[in-house]
Write a protein that binds this ligand. Structure first.
Ligand SMILES: [Zn+2]
Ligand SMILES: [Zn+2]
Length: 328
């Protein structure tokens, strides 16, 4: 059966159109779903990253309802991941899902910012989690970004006895903070330049400081969320001896980072990149949300699909918008 869908199509940063597209038939083992909500990701306003994919339908923070599938009841509320690893190759067996050969080739059709989505069997079988429904859609829509924060802290071997410093208090920084709070971290300090974001973080119970106030804090783990050299430099400068600095966001492909290799060497600071998240963290994110992690507190804006351009403009401003959610 041929079906059509209304979806957002990204052509350029200021040219996101709402179009109608034909959907392919669902493959055996795959799913046809209707999107309930989709969060907008800060990665989707990294223009160099989007340019290589355009035109395409973005959106990978998805809560949906099953229309049709095998072994899953129509109407089931699910969180679904946009890529899936094979789960069997040596890369997958050591937990590095994002480096599995299948990871990037598996994809949703067309993407999360679409009324309907066709999910291929490789994602349907390994990276779709049925939700109990004990939390709101606004809580669940943070599943994918929460999974990325869980992976980042895991890669940094973060433990409750550690002091955590977070550079950048947007949605990703705050999700790291929520997880660390839940783990009972020894201390959590957040650093941001923007007074609106500092106030928002303080409302969540965080010690939020501007870079001048925060110049003396020390982290056993420092998570650097903004993709900029100055943020990375700040992160290294705030690392305690023996600390781990998470590079959470990429720099553009031609940028280089002249790291303070002297300090990195003598303080034995580990630089740990953390890209996306795999199936294990995705399941863990749902578990934490269903156990009451208050992710919905990060949702500041709810917009309709027709307003997606405005939604991305808000994300780009990086001011009062923490998490913008498109409700379908
Ligand atoms: Zn994202
Ligand atoms: Zn694999």
């Amino acid at each position: 059966m041929i079906s059509r869908t209304k979806c957002a199509v990204y052509y350029a940063p200021n040219d996101i159109r709402i179009e109608e597209r034909e959907l392919p038939a669902r493959e055996p083992g795959g799913l046809l779903v209707e999107t309930v909500a989709c969060g907008l990701c800060t990665g989707e306003v990294m223009d160099w990253y989007m340019a290589k994919k355009a035109p395409f339908t973005p959106g990978h923070e998805i809560v949906a309802r099953v229309i049709e599938g095998d072994g899953i009841a129509p109407g089931t509320l699910i969180a679904l991941h946009h890529h899936a690893a094979c789960g069997q190759c040596p890369t997958c067996l050591r937990g590095d899902d994002v480096h599995c050969g299948q990871w990037r080739s598996s994809r949703l059709n067309p993407g999360g910012l679409s009324e309907r989505v066709v999910v291929p069997p490789e994602i349907a079988t390994s990276d779709v989690v049925a939700l109990s429904g004990n939390r709101t859609v606004e809580s669940y829509v943070l599943t994918e970004p929460l999974a990325c924060a869980i992976k980042s802290l895991r890669r940094a071997r973060f433990e409750a006895s550690d002091r955590l410093v977070i550079v950048g208090l947007g949605a990703m920084g705050l999700l790291h903070a929520l997880v660390a709070q839940r783990m009972g971290a020894r201390s959590i300090a957040g650093i941001d330049l923007n007074p609106v974001r500092l106030a928002f973080a303080r409302d969540l119970g965080l010690a939020a400081l501007d870079p001048t106030e925060g110049s003396d804090v020390n982290g056993d783990v420092v998570v650097v969320c903004p993709g900029s050299q100055s943020a990375l430099d700040l992160g290294v400068s705030l690392s305690a001896p023996g600390g781990r600095v998470v590079v959470f966001t990429p720099l553009p492909p031609d940028d280089r980072w002249p790291v303070d290799a002297h300090k990195v060497y003598f303080d034995e600071i580990s630089l740990i990149p953390s890209y996306s998240a795999g199936a294990a963290e995705f399941v863990e994110a749902v578990r934490m949300i269903e156990a009451g992690l208050p992710t919905e507190r990060l949702v500041t804006h709810r917009l309709a699909l027709d307003e997606v351009q405005r939604g991305y403009d808000l994300v780009r401003e990086a001011n009062e918008a923490i998490k913008v959610v498109i409700e379908l």
